[in-house]
Design a protein around this ligand. Structure first.
Ligand code: ZN
Length: 262
């Protein structure tokens, strides 16, 4: 029988363990990561990639615990694989866009999974999720998408920031920088509770002082003094990238980059 997780380029997903009860699953098609947190009774999967192959199969190669699926926000590169499971947890805003595929091809792939009409449960700021000896908290943030949440793993002291903080670039609308600043300040106020940050794209395990660089970059942009780079291209983002209107303007402070895309 052919393995659904192998295509003409080889394996679609890789996996590696990053904590006593934490695994990263990496997608080969783009430098993108989802995370599997394992409690005594349940596991939590944070984001589900585009829906290629059989994500559920690779998750079940790691744990036989029942899996709660969470989405950091509703963009389809984070929700496309939700339909391998009967239900998913996300913000109210994310629920409005989570089933909207980026293309017809991706829509068809999602509809071919076991649960194309999976049920959505909404989560709110401050919600606590118990996996059994492993506790998570939902922290509402939002700027890249107004529906973003961060997930704080209080047991393993890791913050999952989705697309709101990452090493390549955060994609932002021109008017959403003040919300990004507010989100970063909110995460900063919680920094005693985690040791590092896991992002969805372009590298994983970032030191938590990346938050300081983003706060400074956001402040400089709002003040009109941020350093604009000659090209919007960067790691994981082409100057002429399709989607989000393409192109954009890249700004930088120290290790923080964002690209203004609309
Ligand atoms: Zn996104």
């Amino acid at each position: 029988m052919t393995d659904p997780n192998v295509n003409e380029q080889g394996y679609i997903y890789g996996k590696f363990q990053t904590g006593p009860r934490t695994w990263s699953i990496m997608s080969k098609s783009a430098p993108q990561f989802v995370y599997l947190l394992i409690g005594d009774e349940k596991a939590a999967l944070i984001d589900t990639l585009y829906g290629y192959g059989d994500l559920r199969k690779i998750v079940e190669s790691i744990t036989d615990k029942p899996v709660m699926v969470f989405n950091t926000h509703g963009h389809f590169d984070h929700t496309g694989g939700n339909s391998f499971w009967p239900e998913a947890y996300m913000s109210e805003y994310a629920a409005k866009e989570a089933k909207r595929a980026f293309s017809e091809e991706l829509q068809k792939i999602a509809e071919s999974h076991a649960y194309p009409d999976y049920e959505i449960h909404t989560v709110n700021d401050g919600d606590i999720i118990e996996l059994g000896g492993h506790t998570l908290e939902i922290i509402k943030i939002g700027a890249h998408s107004p529906g973003s949440i961060a997930i704080l793993d209080k047991t393993e002291r890791i913050l999952y920031a989705g697309d709101e903080l990452e090493a390549g670039q955060v994609l932002l609308g021109r008017t959403s920088v003040p919300e990004h600043l507010e989100s970063m300040e909110k995460l900063k106020s919680r920094e005693a509770e985690f040791d590092f940050i896991n992002s969805a794209h372009n590298g994983t395990h970032l030191t938590k002082d990346y938050i300081d660089d983003f706060i400074e970059l956001d402040r400089q942009y709002i003040a009109g003094t941020a350093k604009k780079l000659d090209s919007a291209a960067g790691f994981g983002w082409a100057d002429s990238a399709e989607g989000f209107g393409g192109g954009g303007e890249r700004y930088n402070y120290n290790r923080a980059y964002f690209v203004i895309i609309r």
